[in-house]
Design a protein around this ligand. Sequence first.
Ligand SMILES: Cc1cc2nc3c(=O)[nH]c(=O)nc-3n(C[C@H](O)[C@H](O)[C@H](O)COP(=O)(O)OP(=O)(O)OC[C@H]3O[C@@H](n4cnc5c(N)ncnc54)[C@H](O)[C@@H]3O)c2cc1C
Length: 407
Amino acid sequence: MIELAIVGGGPAGLTLALGLLRRDPTWARRMVLIERARYPREKLCAGGLGERGWKILARLGVQAEVPQVLIAGISVRSRLGHHIARPGLCGRVLRRVEFDAALAEAAVRAGLVIQAGTTVRDITESDDGCVIHTDQGDMAARMVVGADGVGSAVRRSMGLGGGGLRAQVLEVDTPRVAGDLPPDLIHFDASDRAYAGYIWDFPTPIGGEVRMCRGVYVLNVRGGEAAGVPSGDGHKLVELLGAYMADKGLDIGDCRLKRFGERGFEPKGPVATARRMLIGEAAGIDPVTGEGIAQAIEYGARAARLIHERGAAAPSAWGARLHGGRLGWDLAVRTGLLRAFYGSPRPRLEAAFAAAPRMLWAGARHWAAAPQRWGSVGLGLLQGGVGFLRGERPLLAAPAEAPLDPP
Ligand SMILES: Cc1cc2nc3c(=O)[nH]c(=O)nc-3n(C[C@H](O)[C@H](O)[C@H](O)COP(=O)(O)OP(=O)(O)OC[C@H]3O[C@@H](n4cnc5c(N)ncnc54)[C@H](O)[C@@H]3O)c2cc1C
């Protein structure tokens, strides 16, 4: 019986494999990664990767040499204004078809065995291990890690539902147009309070040129109505994105529409049984923004540390390790902010944000895993607190289109 089977070869599963092989090359014969597709395989995603994720991979000795657009800042539009924070290199936009294939190649070079073209259907657990039922026959493993994303078969096999934070996402690729921001910025338009979510414009490298990946993210929060979070049902994604694009002179009818789902992280939610554990989007990612690549990488790196330390006992310790660690806290804070962000306090929060644009700088630094300037954060919290208390009075709204100087 093999010691470890990883189901799913996206950033979470591949980082886990890379992390184990980096610690102990004998993992090459003690684990297998089962992947439904064959590389290079497409994964619907805008490909925005914060430096936090890139730095973790660099520590594992991996540098994916794939086409990418370097990102120096973040732009956000709300009802109350438009803000740009440009702290310098804070992330990059890659194409997942190329990035995931590069990670897989690095892992195979390090010794990983990938069983591609194999779909896991179900898993049964016994005292000494798991039987993995696949479309290519059954396999036995001492423990299984589910890194199989939003539709996780491993999660299903554990009797866990889809979760209470599910998003629908639609994206298209288009040329750049005159009104687009400079290509070193990623842009979020959260000016429509009718739904919990936003529209994005990310520069993206396709065929040697910079084009645009545009999309709409609409979150559905189970029970969110009680906190004033609009239901995600009934929103027509094509119409939302189409109207936004029409303002830029683009016709969504000319584009290939790409739809997918996402799952948000639920603090203290179950992520393991005695022999199975979930990482990456199978466990849950940031529900406020739908950001999941850097989180998937961090999940993989943390799971590798635990499995290396505890071996087959790792799944029993995973819940406490995840929820008590930096990643669990970060995701829990984001999930905790969700109801405020998209619920009834939203107008006041937007006012707070408009009064304290330096908080966007703090957000960009967080995305980049760059050191925070705590004095500036403290001042931002104070300014934001005043803005929150005052609400939407026009005096506090920042002038539209005003890019900000560094605080
Ligand atoms: C439209 C869209 C845009 C997004 N944009 C961004 C963005 O810009 N930045 C960002 O950070 N995040 C973004 N995300 C989120 C991000 O794509 C995911 O959170 C991230 O890919 C999760 O990584 P993962 O490794 O957990 O899972 P995945 O990347 O989904 O990988 C799972 C792997 O498991 C395999 N698999 C699935 N089921 C089985 C099975 N039964 N048997 C075997 N193999 C299986 C799949 O083929 C896949 O290779 C976006 C998501 C969407 C839908």
